[in-house]
Structures are given as C-alpha cells and as structure tokens.
Design a protein around this ligand. Structure first.
Ligand code: G1P
Length: 279
C-alpha cells in the first residue's frame, strides 16, 4: 500500500483547442467513448491507492462536481434497465474517494494551479494528474501512477513520468536530462520547460503524472514566472533536483495526448476497440 493518499487534479484550463465544445463543457468532461477524461484519471489515482482527490477548478467547471456526486433521480430513472451498470463505476469512485475543490484565482500557469491546491493537500506527498494526458499502464495492468507510487515507497522524493518524443516535439513539453540509475529510472540533472529542439537537454518529455513532496509548495512560492509568463512546475522541480533529488520514470504503458484532436481521436479508437472489439 502506498503512503501517497492524495492526488491533485489541476482542472482550471480553458481547453481552447476544443472550442466550441469547451465553451460550455469543461475539457476534463470531454468523453472518450462514454467516460469523461477526468474519470479515467481518478480511476488511475484510486488504483494507485490515492483516495483523496483534490481538484483545482475555475469558472464553468461545475459539471466536474456533478459527475462526482450521486444523482438519486437519475439512478431511479435507470434502475433495473441495462443502463444501470453504466453508472456503477462512477458510483464506486464516489463511495470510495473523497473529493474536494478549490478555485484558481487567475490563470497563472500549472505551477500556480498546483500551489493553489496546497490547502487541500497540506504537508504530505501527493500525486498530480493532468487529465488530458490519458494513460494506460503496463501488461500487468499497473497504471502509471501505481508504478510511480511503488517507486516513491523506495526513494521518497519527487518523481515525474517521462516518455521519449521526437526532437521536433520537445517544445510542447517539460524536458529532462538525467543519469539512468536503474532501467527506465533517471536521476534528474536538468529540466527545461518547452525547449526548442536545439535547446532540449534530451528527448525525454514529462507527461502529466507527478508525485511531489510537499516542499514543492515553498519552491513554487519562490518560482518567478517562466515560459509564457507563467509559473512553471518544471522550474520548481529543477530547483528541487538541484537542492536534493528528483527522479524521472520512463513509464510502462501508453499515453494519449487528449489535449490535441489527433490524440483524442486515437484514444477514442483505442477505447472503442477495447469495449466493442474491431467489428
Ligand atoms: C504541462 C507542463 C509540461 C508537461 C505537460 C505534459 O504543459 O507544463 O512540462 O510536459 O504539461 O502534458 P501543458 O501541456 O499544460 O502546456
């Protein structure tokens, strides 16, 4: 069992790439087949033993709270029909997890969104899930957060998930460089937010899964705005790596970038095939 019980979901972003849908639907609520993106993320957190779900929201995100809340009228309406089972997974999450919410005051970047979650997290290590990175785990069925939680029990330091990307893609990600200390596990030496290919320290890109130790909050308070004029978690983690230790895990599994239309469609096809086969 992991000692990491809390998981933070920054969910304040506008999702402008999915306008006009995201004009009135939070991007985290866009469904892959029939399940909203954020629910995949919460299921992954729960599988890793993280039952306390903290969500940083903003304007127009009410639908997320309604998803993670029982709806007796709807439940009565589908009771006894073949639709009943469609609510079962969501209800299991509602009954097993706690959900707490706070609002980001202004869009000052991912680092600021994580810092906004501090009152919900407190002085404990915690997971972070960016719901638009939809991840499936390894062949043993272990999700990315579960893999990272196991590493945390051994190393007790912040861990980021990474994957190799093509050089022309580095400008979309935080990119690390490090020393491989075990197969797939790197001790971070350098970390840059969205570098151009010729400035990237490697092709290992951070994806939206983190386990962070709570001293990150103090580092975030001291982090000046970086790339794009926003407070970047990547910059705070670079300081944490310099002062102590940060690990990067080349996770086992696959990630779909559901913040982009092609990635969203790929994920849809993948989960459609899982559910309905190829026919
Ligand atoms: C954020 C982080 C970036 C990371 C990425 C993963 O960027 O700032 O370091 O690589 O998530 O999805 P965003 O995609 O929010 O621009």
């Amino acid at each position: 069992m992991t000692s990491v019980r809390k998981c933070l979901f920054p969910a304040a972003g506008y999702g402008t790439r999915f306008l006009p849908a995201t004009k009135s639907i939070p991007k985290e609520m866009l469904p892959i087949v029939n399940k909203p993106l954020i629910q995949y993320g919460v299921e992954e957190a729960l599988q890793a033993g993280m039952r306390d779900i903290a969500i940083v929201t903003g304007k127009g995100k009410q639908a997320i709270e309604d998803l993670f809340d029982r709806n007796p009228v709807l439940e009565r309406a589908v009771a006894g029909s073949d639709k009943e089972t469609l609510l079962a997974d969501t209800n299991r999450l509602i009954e097993t997890c706690t959900f707490s919410y706070t609002r980001q005051k202004a869009m000052r970047g991912l680092g600021d969104a994580i810092l906004t979650g501090e009152p919900l997290i407190g002085d404990l290590p915690f997971g972070v899930v960016l719901a638009d990175d939809l991840c499936i785990g390894n062949e043993k069925g272990e999700g990315v957060l579960k893999q990272m939680a196991a590493l945390f029990e051994k190393h007790h330091c912040s861990i980021v998930a990474v994957e190799e990307v093509a050089p022309e893609e580095t400008h979309k990600y935080g990119v690390i460089a490090g020393i491989e200390v075990e197969p797939g596990l790197y001790e971070v030496r350098e970390m840059v937010e969205k570098p151009a290919p010729d400035e990237a320290p490697s092709n290992l890109a951070i994806i939206g899964r983190y386990i962070l130790t709570p001293d990150i909050f103090e580092l975030l308070r001291r982090t000046p705005p970086g790339k794009g004029g926003e407070v970047q978690i990547t910059d705070a983690l670079r300081e944490q790596a310099r002062a102590g230790r940060v690990l990067a895990w080349r996770f086992q599994g696959r990630r779909f970038d559901c913040g982009s239309v092609p990635g969203f469609v790929e994920a849809t096809n993948h989960f459609y095939r899982l559910r309905f086969g190829n026919g």
